[in-house]
Design a protein around this ligand. Structure first.
Ligand code: AMP
Length: 274
């Protein structure tokens, strides 16, 4: 694997060895989600280029730029092991030299969801990805569905600015209990990580209280065959059942929650959709 630290090195390595290039941009602290993008790229292209760059422009002033995990040596070993041909690890001064003043703004699709909570985030993402596309000149660029809005923003940018490449979107890689892999998962405490049934009951109760005038009688998170109430972290489907009273009327319902919803995040997303 060639390690390119400058754009000139990247371009020289690309020109010498690659006709089609699969490109996987990352911020490092690599995990199996990143590697699933690289695995997808491997089948489709002559060469794989992967970048590691913690992009200051996409972090807000109160976000975790300084605390973002940096594990460069382990990352390079993983890239090599995964079959990456060129690792691009530019220093920040080369990407944003003194006098830098050009940005890419993708207007409407950047505004909701993450964009509403992280002002400037997608301007930073679009700008760095546009620069990386120009430096790498990939045939196909690979992104994770985990960052769904990012995919929409970048597809819009590629169409609007006529980048001559294809964007491929790879499904979210998850832990066995459903948590989406993320470089930031390492900051969860064991307590936060082991979301337990009591947290699910509380979440459902809160959702019902916010969304309806009914009075919750009970909420059960139980084993689907034995119906034993669960109190330890769960890695299998559970039967969530409840009754709610509206005056004299008592309603009973239940749902079999698949394993990937058995976390606070999974269920929060699910409840957001129903
Ligand atoms: P990051 O290093 O977090 O900027 O992520 C680099 C790329 O990996 C982005 O395209 C992400 O969407 C993708 N990615 C991050 N986590 C996952 C995951 N759990 N599954 C699939 N792709 C992911």
């Amino acid at each position: 694997m060639i390690i390119a630290r400058t754009t000139a090195d990247l371009r020289a390595a690309r020109a010498a060895a690659c006709s089609t290039v699969g490109f996987v941009p990352t911020m490092g602290a690599l995990h199996d989600g990143h590697l699933s993008l690289i695995r997808a790229a491997r089948g489709d292209n002559d060469c794989i280029v992967s970048s590691i760059f913690v992009n200051p422009a996409q972090f807000g002033p109160n976000e975790d730029f300084n605390a973002y995990p940096r594990t460069l040596e382990a990352d390079l070993a993983q890239l090599e092991q995964a079959g990456v041909d060129i690792a691009f690890i530019p220093p920040v001064e080369d990407i944003y030299p003194t006098g830098f003043q050009t940005h890419v703004e993708v207007e409407h699709v950047s505004q909701g969801l993450e964009g509403a909570r992280r002002p400037g985030h997608f301007r930073g993402v679009a700008t760095i990805v546009a620069k990386l596309f120009n430096m790498t000149q990939p045939t196909v660029a690979y992104f994770g569905q985990k960052d769904a809005q990012q995919v929409v923003v970048l597809r819009r940018m590629v169409a609007d600015l006529n980048f001559p490449l294809h964007i491929a979107v790879i499904p979210t890689a998850r832990e066995s209990d459903g948590l989406a892999l993320s470089s930031r998962n390492r900051y969860l405490t064991p307590q936060q990580r082991a979301d337990d049934p009591q947290a699910l009951r509380a979440l459902i109760a809160q959702h019902l209280t916010n969304q309806s005038s009914g009075e919750v009688e009970y909420i059960s998170i139980a084993h689907p065959q034995t119906l034993r109430e669960l109190d330890a972290p769960i890695t299998h489907p559970v039967l969530a059942s409840l009754t709610v009273r509206f005056g004299q009327t008592r309603l009973l319902d239940n749902i079999l929650l698949p394993a990937h919803l058995n976390t606070r995040d999974g269920l929060t997303q699910h409840l957001g959709r129903v």
